[in-house]
Design a protein around this ligand. Structure first.
Ligand SMILES: [Zn+2]
Length: 71
């Protein structure tokens, strides 16, 4: 089995990450800061290859905001 990293798919939710690495426009992910804790959840083989999608970043930000508020 040949494992090829699909860099259009989010390694966390397997949805299309809408990354622009292959597009003419620079990707949103070059501007958005991806939380280090979120990157830690990604398998090493995908880090720096496949982008985490915006939805996962937002979900993570919401979750951490809730944790901080509720305690
Ligand atoms: Zn995702």
């Amino acid at each position: 089995m040949t494992e090829q990293v699909d860099n259009t798919v989010c390694p966390l939710c397997q949805a299309n990450n809408q990354c622009g690495v292959n597009a003419a426009e620079p990707c949103w992910c070059t501007k958005e800061k991806v939380p280090a804790e979120l990157i830690e959840q990604v398998s090493d083989e995908y880090v720096n290859k496949s982008c985490i999608c915006k939805a996962c970043i937002e979900k993570f930000n919401l979750a951490t905001a809730n944790i901080k508020e509720v305690k």
